[in-house]
Ligand binder design. Structure first.
Ligand SMILES: [Zn+2]
Length: 414
């Protein structure tokens, strides 16, 4: 399966890039999708409101006005830069070590905190990290025996739920009244997706937030999903699941009263070009094995995106670029070229992943090929992806990265 061929083959919305394999998509007689027609542009609360809010927290804390966490990725780097340089807050920055931080992210954290001259601390619980790594190996080996597109994110993203708690605790103990972030560390509305739970028929709102009923549905679904896979029958997996579910469901109750959590991108527009050009000037760099500048901080995402593309011809980029097209940030043609390049598998990262997870590439592909048939039967019947998989397109046993990155294309673009 060649990722470029699959990318070009898929039948896409004529306005954005969403293919007919995307959850809950409907294309009308003009080939325009329901997301283009129904999704109103996201309106931020505005910079004036943000400045007024910041003013309430200036000089309240002893040494710092706020915490702007840095993950090594692009969005949190921009938030940190803006809080220091533009909004002149007394900023403490920190990183929660999940145990899955990439070398690129370590490099960015060091360079940027140095260049901005801000105080940085690591919140690191070695025992928790070791446990999260062990659990991920167990869960992924179990996943390979019994794969599912629905749970690949929770399988590979251990400990994510604990991050906010660790940051809340630090802020509260150190008397810092404001924590900048989003759901996790500085995510924007552009980056919340429908694809993660869409095939289950569960969809979040514009902020990536699920209703209480949907949260409960997800907790029960994932609980059943983990429990019914006997490879997951370990005390540590059970404990991780119960803790994660509890935090997920009661996150707002777990926030200390003396700390406020504010989403930067709920106020200030997320403009990719501005973000990347600003942080590049203070030394931020992407990864060598991909053209995307998104999620290069988290080692799980090369594999998560690969699995989604392999199983349904989509990954997170297609949703992001479609939103950017709708917001007028990028033309469809430009988005097509970039998205195709960004969707290519990150071979070096994947190879590191196989070895850390204790699996072979062949084992994973055998499992994926078997599961893809089930996936097509259950969710992708009659789509261009099904035709593509059963047509006589030249193919290899797995996705390849042979084509150069960002190769211009004219096919299937208006
Ligand atoms: Zn569309």
């Amino acid at each position: 399966m060649d990722s470029d061929l699959v990318f070009d083959y898929l039948h896409r919305c004529t306005k954005c890039l969403l293919p007919d394999t995307f959850p809950r998509i409907e294309l009308d007689e003009n080939g325009v999708c329901n997301y283009c027609k129904d999704q109103p542009p996201y309106m931020e609360k505005g910079e004036q409101a943000f400045i007024e809010l910041l003013n309430k927290y200036r000089d309240v804390g002893k040494d710092y006005d706020c915490i702007a966490p840095i993950s090594g990725g692009r969005d949190s780097a921009y938030v940190l830069h803006q809080m220091v340089k533009k909004y002149n807050m007394r900023v403490q920055t920190l990183t929660v070590d999940s145990g899955f931080i990439t070398t690129e992210a370590y490099r960015n954290i060091e360079t940027i905190t140095d260049n901005l001259g801000v105080d940085h601390v690591w919140l690191r619980d070695e025992k928790q990290i070791a446990q999260a790594r062990r659990n991920t190996v167990i869960k992924f080996r179990g996943w390979v025996k019994n794969p599912s597109i629905h749970n690949i994110v929770p399988v590979l993203n251990s400990g994510d739920k604990m991050m906010n708690l660790q940051m809340f605790k630090y802020a509260s103990e150190n008397n810092i009244p404001l924590l900048l972030g989003g759901n996790i560390v500085g995510t924007s509305t552009f980056e919340h997706g429908n694809s993660r739970t869409g095939y289950l028929g569960v969809f979040p709102d514009d902020h990536g937030v699920y209703s209480l009923t949907d949260k409960l549905k997800l907790i029960l679904y994932y609980g059943w999903d983990f429990a019914s896979n006997t490879y997951n029958w370990h005390q540590s997996i059970f404990t991780e699941y119960i803790k994660g579910a509890f935090i997920y469901f009661f996150d707002s109750l777990l926030k200390p009263k003396n700390v406020e959590l504010v989403g930067f991108y709920d106020y200030v527009p997320w403009i990719e070009e501005k973000i990347v050009s600003t942080i590049s000037k203070i030394g931020w760099q992407g990864a060598e094995d991909t053209s995307t500048t998104w999620r290069i901080d988290d080692s799980a995402y090369a594999l998560i995106n690969y699995v989604y593309f392999y199983l349904a011809g989509i990954d997170e980029h297609v949703e992001l670029y479609s939103k950017m097209i709708r917001a007028g940030q990028i033309t469809r043609k430009e988005a097509y070229t970039r998205c195709k390049s960004d969707s290519r598998p990150r071979i070096p990262s994947l190879e590191t992943g196989w070895s850390e997870l204790g699996v072979t590439e062949q084992l994973v592909h055998t499992a994926l090929d078997r599961y893809r048939e089930k996936m097509i039967k259950n969710y992708l019947k009659g789509t261009s992806f099904e035709r593509c998989m059963y047509s006589s397109l030249p193919s290899t046993s797995h996705l390849t990265l042979e084509a150069p990155l960002l190769e211009p294309t004219t096919s299937h673009v208006d």
